[in-house]
Design a protein around this ligand. Structure first.
Ligand SMILES: Nc1ncnc2c1ncn2[C@@H]1O[C@H](COP(=O)(O)OP(=O)(O)O)[C@@H](O)[C@H]1O
Ligand SMILES: N[C@@H](CCOP(=O)(O)O)C(=O)O
Length: 356
């Protein structure tokens, strides 16, 4: 067939869920979608890297998302996968239309979804059928270096993610600067050198059960917090008591969220954190007040509240009363002149490729 078309659909995610910093991820029902067509009848193209990128959705009007395939995160990731397999550019002539409802820089895994979808785009465009989901995870981890949000976006559901102990040589390869992994942005020189391939079996995941009654209410402030900035405010070392506090809760969390009917007191306790949220309140006005004041005792239907990913979105897990819960959190943000919108989301399947 001369024209090939397929769709890549990747869910957004909420990482951490309180105590699970860089470990736990939950795929949620808002999807980044790539509509891809490849005209394989053509033998040459005037398009840069043979690829035309179009975009609709979040950040569309602000011009935050580049349409240059050498600059756009998604297509750069796809090029990384292609170049690791000896293919310098996209097939002649590729059109990638990106539909993105995931708000940017809000802690709902927009970059994780872009990385996962980009890796799949590279696999599909390059006909790299030998790449298993586990190997695709390795590629994701060379770019998004924590496994929680990419693990959820790739595999779906409620997941625990972990990295295998790497040899010193593998660590050196995995931690190679991002500028050497991703192709040079526009204006950079394509040296023709193959980028470093990921070590094998870097990341792993395990799926946890999720009680069907539990929904995720995302309260999304209008301002952005880039994940890189939200990681810079975290300390390099932690007091032992704070680490123990999180270990005790992380042992409860997957069990508490899998039990049906859910136990609000247990879930509320299991969602407390001392490793990232207290430090990130400097970037998210009202965060501590929200986390401390929203309890199942004061709000029927509520199970627990946490920062979603690196923020600023707040994730409230609940079995009902969604609007009242969201309104209460929105009112807290209002005191700091912050406007929000909100959505009820459900756990989602992982990334799928749909061929027509
Ligand atoms: N669909 C997309 N296409 C291209 N780039 C994207 C896309 N989604 C996110 N990004 C990039 O990722 C950035 C946001 O990443 P990050 O700061 O990690 O926040 P988030 O919590 O949303 O993942 C955006 O500013 C943009 O540069
Ligand atoms: N564990 C990471 C998760 C970042 O997720 P994002 O959705 O904000 O990109 C962190 O907390 O930094």
């Amino acid at each position: 067939m001369a024209t090939e078309s397929f769709i890549i659909k990747t869910p957004c995610s909420s990482a951490n869920i309180g105590p699970g910093f860089d470990v736990i991820g939950l795929a949620l029902s808002m999807y980044l979608e790539l509509q891809v067509t490849i005209d394989r009848s053509k033998t040459s193209s005037s398009l840069p890297l043979n690829c035309r990128v179009t975009y609709e959705g979040q950040g569309e009007d602000s011009g935050d998302i580049s349409l240059d395939p050498e600059v756009n995160l998604l297509t750069r990731v796809a090029l990384y996968v292609l170049r690791c397999h000896g293919q310098r550019s996209f097939p002649v002539e590729t059109h990638v239309h990106i539909k993105n409802p995931i708000p940017l820089g809000r802690g709902l895994g927009s970059s994780g979804a872009a990385v996962v979808a980009g890796v799949l785009l590279g696999k599909e465009c390059g006909k790299l059928d030998h790449l298993t989901p586990e190997r695709l995870f390795d590629f994701c981890l060379m770019i998004e270096r924590h496994p929680d949000n990419v693990g959820a976006a790739l595999f779906g559901g409620f997941v625990g993610t972990y990295l295998k102990p790497l040899t010193p040589e593998e660590v050196a390869r995995k931690e190679i600067p991002l500028s050497e992994v991703l192709p040079a942005p526009a204006g950079g020189v394509d040296t023709g050198i193959r980028p470093p391939e990921p070590p094998h079996g870097i990341g792993h995941h395990i799926k946890f059960p999720w009680a069907p009654e539990i929904k995720a209410v995302a309260i999304i402030p209008e301002f952005e917090v880039p994940t890189a900035k939200a990681r810079e405010v975290l300390p390099a070392v932690y007091p032992r008591n704070d680490v123990t506090f999180n270990l005790q809760r992380i042992a409860l969390l997957p069990v508490a969220l899998g039990q049906s009917p859910p136990d609000p007191e247990l879930i509320y306790l299991a969602m407390q954190d001392k490793l990232h949220q207290p430090y990130r309140q400097t970037l998210i006005p009202g965060l501590t007040e929200i986390v401390e004041s929203m309890t199942p005792a004061s709000m029927p239907g509520l199970l627990g509240v946490c920062l979603s990913g690196a923020g600023p979105t707040i994730l409230a897990l609940a079995t009902g009363n969604f609007e009242e819960i969201a309104t209460k959190i929105i009112d807290h943000f209002k005191k700091n002149n912050i406007v929000c919108n909100w959505k009820v989301l459900e756990p989602a399947e992982g990334t799928t490729v749909i061929r027509k």
